[in-house]
Design a protein around this ligand. Structure first.
Ligand code: GLU
Length: 288
């Protein structure tokens, strides 16, 4: 049997907030309950959204919350060569192409790219995946059950390298999950609709498909994901237990009495045996 290897992969766009803690705790519990490994990856391919110092701050917060990780912390910014090699393979096999279409041209087609408008030239083309017709991808999510998406119709040819030269999340995450031998991906449900694209890329690159579990999202009163909302207050590094307990309840778990003197590491240790994935709710939850 292959050892369970999971990960938490924050983007360094600011301090960790209750929504990121939910994904960290959920992915950690799944991994530790299976006796598996839990790795950290800093997803800093988007140089424009990155906030200087945020990655270090996130790592320090995770450590203060008692999360101990396996393996080295991997940073995507150091992995250009891996992404370039994967992109070259896709280009050489005819699965990817240079695209000169502008955003407005694609918006005029309902936001879904299926063919380039002939004759357009731009100095900074993007590179897209050529999604075949009738491209149905299906998978079973450990929390949300059977999922399927027609990628050609619902997404279209998607970007692998952006026109500003940054690697697209979809390419980087697939290359990294493959290169790092991830067997399980536990993350927020905002990425549920990216998973079929990632499975398609895995298939085209000859990589194994991990098992997936998408956790409920914490949203603000307007239904916006916390990281994109002004109500996303950072979690308090000086007082981890209340935030851990809150995230535990958001995962649908039953309260347990921790000793008042428990450290967060002791609390996490006690939580492993009590964690019941079948209690995790499907729907997004408003932050109270
Ligand atoms: N970096 C992504 C985020 O912070 C998570 C990616 C993933 O888990 O696949 O939303």
């Amino acid at each position: 049997m292959q050892t369970y290897r999971g990960r938490f992969a924050p983007s360094p766009t600011g301090p960790l907030h209750p929504g990121s803690l939910l994904a960290a705790l959920g992915s950690w519990l799944f991994a530790r309950r299976a006796g598996g490994e839990w790795w950290l990856r800093i997803e800093d391919v988007d140089r424009i959204r990155e906030v200087p110092g945020a990655a270090q701050d996130q790592l320090e917060t995770l450590a203060a919350f008692g999360f101990v990780h396996d393996g080295p912390v991997v940073c995507q910014r150091e992995r250009d060569a891996l992404y370039a090699a994967a992109l070259d393979r896709l280009l050489d096999a005819g699965h990817a192409f240079e695209c000169h279409c502008s955003r407005s041209v694609i918006e005029a087609q309902g936001g879904i790219h299926r063919a380039c408008i002939p004759g357009l030239r731009r100095p900074d083309p993007s590179i897209r995946l050529r999604v075949p017709d009738d491209c149905l991808v299906e998978f079973d999510d450990a929390i949300r059950g059977h999922q399927s998406q027609r990628i050609d119709r619902d997404v279209g040819d998607f970007v692998l390298r952006r026109s500003d030269g940054c690697w697209a999340y979809q390419l980087a995450v697939v290359v990294d999950d493959g290169a790092q031998g991830m067997t399980e991906v536990v993350r927020g449900a905002d990425l549920l609709d990216s998973t079929p694209r990632q499975i398609l890329l895995q298939q085209l690159l000859g990589l194994p498909t991990p098992a997936y579990a998408h956790l409920p999202l914490l949203v603000d009163a307007h239904g916006h994901k916390l990281s994109k909302s002004s109500s996303a207050h950072p979690i308090d590094r000086g007082n981890p237990l209340p935030a851990l307990h809150e995230a535990w309840l958001q995962l649908g778990q039953v309260t347990f009495a921790a000793s008042p003197q428990a450290t967060s590491q002791e609390w996490l240790h006690d939580a492993i045996a009590r964690f019941d994935p079948s209690r995790i709710p499907y729907s997004n939850m408003e932050l109270s």
